[in-house]
Design a protein around this ligand. Structure first.
Ligand code: FRU
Length: 922
């Protein structure tokens, strides 16, 4: 999402750019662009050049106008096509000086009719279809020339007229005006008229041709100064009367032009004929800007002769210099305009920058205010966090104190436990030494003895751990022969190893390796490792203890080929209270973490490598020498053999083989049987011994064995631990309850997992009861009895009325289906005298024994009893309700002879079939 601040900035910049653009546009609109075309009949002579210059001067005041110029070189056809070409382009106005009137008339009319304004300059067309005319009155010019000759010069005699281009309007008009102007002067007579086409050479050539007329001529009137100068040339060339007066038209200023000709006496006079370039452009813009204008713009003429020629030249020069000034100013103006434009740009940029600076400044200020607000909030948050942190510190301090107090209490209690345990231990050992008592309670006393040591070891480890953790237990290292030390510890396990055929070996290349260690600490590490190795080794296994030196370390490894552990277990095995999967009964989770701490105090380490079901290897490392110990840590300490002996007892007693079960009881057959699945051999022995006084007992140390035993023996009840190596007791229960062979057997789950969720999970596996350890034996036995009693009641219920056996009220679907199938098969075969148990077992798909046990468990009677009872029941029904003979009924219910049937029937009902039928039908 775009922040509003940024959005505002974007709008602002956009607005400023728009403003700049619109300023540029309005500037342009002030000067609308016009295209003006100018078609010149001939552009080579001075007069026409003057006309063009005048036009350009005037156009400089309209810098936005386009000006198209075309020179027809005195060729009318060329001029027509040039005009046409111009008209094809976009043209706002046409200025034309037609070479000849007639040939140009059509194209000019065409332009006019198209709506393009047309200004005719100097020469005219033969039509009046034009917008405006600019030029002097050529008729008047002719008239003025005649009047000047007759009145001013008072000339008499012949006059030769040298005319311009035939067909061009000035030629026609000047000739007419001259002729009219001479009329008052009777003594003047035009003796010859010739065409000079406005050009000096043409005029001279034509004059040569009329020499006789020239000899008698008093005056020559040429339609322009150029042709007049040609006449003077011929006069001189032919040595004619030098007093012949020559008068021209144009009186153009500039070098070699008309004014100079008059001034230098080349010609005697000239009629001023302005070019009208400036006026034409002025008129054009009036038309284009829709301002009022004159259609006929007649320019003033006057006669220039030696009396005013100098004044004219002077005026001309002045005008010329003014013109130059104007041009200069024009240039200056242009420069100023450029400067102004540049400055305007700079000004615009400055204004935009200024506005942007103000806006950005505003934004910066706004951001500053916002930042302050945020900082304030942050500060408040920070303060709140600080307050909460302090609160947490305070709480954790309190919690720490509480934990300390709890741990202190715990440690004190642990210390307290040691005394009573010791006090239990010594009288117990006394009792064990008494043969009389040993024979009566030896087994139980040994169990107590072993478990007292187990408790003692746990309590010692707890106290040790606490010492390291909170009391910063100091190490007391001294130099000792490590090989000897390890050997002694290893030997104390030899007895247990041999009993289980475990090959326990110590391998050391040297008999003496001196190492610095605290014997009272290191012994616990090695004892713990060896005790673990034995615990997790299988009978006939191998345990190797290795000692070797390498670089700056001495290593001791304890390796076994026992059950191993998963890589995940190996990763956590040194964390305190960590228990590997399925080993709940074998370790407290304290021994290895204590070992790790003890090795840390030695500046050494302990590591493990293990492969599940294959091997485990623990390696202890001790740095050589003593430089790693501080002065206070180095303390001479004698190896205390009694301490070693004590530790050996603590660590090895626990490993003693479970006391032999009294087999005699289990051998005797009991009415009901119980399967106990438990991985703790002592508990397993204890339970089987206790239960065997009333039940036949089967045992299994894991779930897999338990399952096999359950299928084989089909016991009346199963007691199983939940945490077992491999398959759990919970999974075992699910398997049992979903198998037809064992689904009817009640299961009691026995475990140390006491949370409500765990109990619910246990019951969800369809276990019948869940008992939490430590349990009271009487409570367990009450539960066993209870479940067996319920089973009995169900049996009674099923068999109370055999006829209803087809529809048993069993809640368990699997058992219900079994009874249905079983009863169905029996009903179908009642008439078959060869029908036997094997036939049923085959139909249902279980073994003979399993069938026997299952029927016994569910119906409380043997299969043959059941079949016999059903046969007799059916026979009694047939006797009462049907009219079959006794012998017929005998075969219908599967008896081989009527005699045998009668005997059996009497045995059950106390009456022979005949008597029974008689009695009931009465
Ligand atoms: C220039 C010119 C002038 C004359 C005018 C008439 O071309 O010959 O000398 O006055 O044209 O159109």
């Amino acid at each position: 999402m775009i922040k509003p601040r940024l959005l505002f900035l974007r709008y602002l910049v956009f607005f400023l750019l728009l403003a700049m653009l619109s300023t540029g546009c309005t500037e342009k609109k002030k000067h609308q662009e016009f295209t003006i075309g100018f078609s010149q009949c001939i552009g080579s002579d001075l007069w026409r050049k003057g006309m063009l210059e005048e036009m350009r001067m005037e156009l400089s005041l309209h810098p936005d106008a386009n000006f198209i110029y075309a020179d027809a070189d005195g060729n009318s056809q060329k001029q027509v096509s040039q005009v046409k070409k111009m008209l094809e382009q976009h043209l706002d106005l046409l200025i034309i000086s037609p070479n000849e009137a007639q040939p140009l008339t059509q194209v000019v009319e065409e332009a006019y009719k198209k709506g393009i304004p047309v200004i005719v300059i100097d020469r005219k067309t033969a039509s009046s279809l034009y917008t405006a005319y600019v030029g002097a009155d050529n008729y008047q010019i002719g008239k003025m020339a005649a009047a000047y000759i007759g009145a001013a010069w008072k000339e008499k005699g012949n006059v030769i007229e040298v005319m311009g281009l035939p067909g061009s309007s000035p030629t026609i008009e000047r000739q007419r005006g001259f002729a009219d102007g001479l009329k008052p002067f009777k003594e003047l007579k035009i003796s010859k008229e010739i065409y000079g086409d406005w050009l000096q050479p043409n005029a001279a050539a034509e004059l040569i041709k009329i020499q006789p007329e020239l000899h008698s001529a008093a005056v020559i009137f040429a339609h322009n100064d150029v042709m007049a100068s040609g006449a003077r040339e011929i006069v001189k060339k032919l040595n004619l009367n030098p007093d012949i007066k020559i008068i021209g038209v144009d009186a153009l200023p500039g070098k070699g032009a008309g004014l100079e000709m008059v001034s230098s006496g080349v010609i005697d006079a000239s009629i001023l004929y302005p070019t009208g370039g400036k006026e034409a452009i002025n008129t054009a813009f009036k038309i284009l800007n829709k301002e009022p204008f004159l259609k006929e713009n007649t320019l003033t003429s006057l006669v220039i002769d030696p009396s005013n020629v100098e004044l004219m030249k002077l005026q001309w020069n002045k005008i010329r210099s003014q013109q130059k000034d104007i041009e200069r100013q024009q240039t200056l103006l242009d420069e100023q305009k450029v400067l102004f434009k540049d400055q305007q740009l700079v000004l615009n940029v400055t204004i935009i920058t200024l506005v942007l600076a103000i806006v950005l400044g505003g934004l910066a200020f706004y951001a500053l205010l916002e930042n302050r607000k945020i900082n304030k909030n942050l500060e408040a948050n920070h303060q709140e966090i600080l307050r909460q942190r302090n609160q947490l510190i305070e709480m954790s301090e309190k919690a720490k104190l509480a934990t300390e107090a709890k741990l202190d209490f715990f440690t004190n209690m642990s210390h307290e436990f040691r005394t009573p345990l010791t006090l239990i231990l010594s009288p117990l050992e006394d009792l064990l030494n008494l043969d009389k008592i040993k024979s009566i309670a030896g087994h139980n006393l040994k169990l107590i003895h072993k478990n007292v040591y187990r408790l003692l070891r746990l309590i010692n480890q707890l106290i040790e751990y606490r010492k390291i953790e909170y009391e910063q237990m100091k190490i007391k290292a001294s130099p000792n022969n490590l090989v000897e030390f390890i050997k002694e510890i290893t030997e104390s396990f030899q007895h247990n190893a041999q009993k289980r055929n475990i090959d326990l070996r110590l391998i050391a290349k040297k008999t003496e390796i001196t190492a610095w260690f605290d014997a009272n600490m290191l012994d616990k590490v090695i004892f713990n490792l060896l005790s673990n190795a034995l615990k997790f080794s299988r009978d006939q296994g191998a345990i190797t203890v290795d000692i070797w030196e390498e670089s700056d370390f001495i290593y001791v490894s304890v390796q076994d080929n026992g059950i191993g552990m998963s890589s995940d277990d190996a990763l956590h095995v040194f964390e305190h209270f960590y228990q590997a999967e399925g080993s709940s009964t074998k370790g407290s989770g304290l021994g290895l973490s204590l070992s790790k701490e003890l090795m840390r105090l030695h500046h050494g380490d302990i590591k493990v490598e293990s492969i599940k079901n294959k091997s485990t290897s623990f390696v202890v490392s001790l740095p050589t020498g003593n430089t790693h110990f501080s002065e206070t840590e180095r303390q001479q300490q004698q190896l205390d053999k009694s301490e070693l002996y004590e530790q050996a007892r603590i660590y090895t007693t626990d490993l003693d083989e479970p006391t032999e079960q009294q087999q005699n009881l289990s051998n005797s057959l009991r009415e009901q049987s119980i399967l106990v699945v438990e991985d703790n051999p002592d508990l397993l022995n204890y339970l089987s011994q206790k239960l065997s006084s009333h039940y036949e007992v089967f045992t299994a140390s894991d779930a897999e064995q338990g399952l096999i035993a359950a299928f084989r023996e089909v016991p009346d009840l199963i007691i199983s631990d939940i945490v077992l190596p491999g398959i759990s007791g919970r999974e075992l229960t699910i398997k049992l309850k979903s198998d037809l062979r064992t689904s009817h057997i009640p299961v009691i789950l026995l475990t140390a997992q006491g949370s409500t969720e765990q109990q619910i999970s246990g019951l969800e596996s369809m276990a019948d009861t869940y008992i939490v350890k430590p349990f009271n034996y009487d409570y367990l036995i009450a539960n066993v009895n209870n479940l067996l009693k319920i089973r009995e009641m169900l049996k009674a219920h099923y068999t109370s009325d055999i006829s209803s056996a087809g529809k048993p009220q069993v809640s368990r679907n699997l058992d219900k289906k079994f009874l249905n199938d079983f009863a169905g098969i029996v009903e179908e075969n009642l008439g078959n005298e060869n029908f036997n148990v094997d036939d049923i077992a085959k139909s249902i798909g279980i073994s003979r024994v399993q069938l026997y046990r299952k029927v016994k468990a569910l119906l409380g009677c043997s299969i043959t009893d059941y079949i016999l009872s059903r046969r007799l029941k059916k026979a009694s029904y047939l006797l009462i309700n049907e009219s079959y003979s006794i012998s017929e009924i005998t075969y219908m219910v599967g008896f081989s002879t009527p005699n045998y049937f009668s005997t059996v029937f009497k045995g059950k009902y106390g009456l022979s079939p005949t008597e029974f039928k008689k009695n009931k039908s009465v």
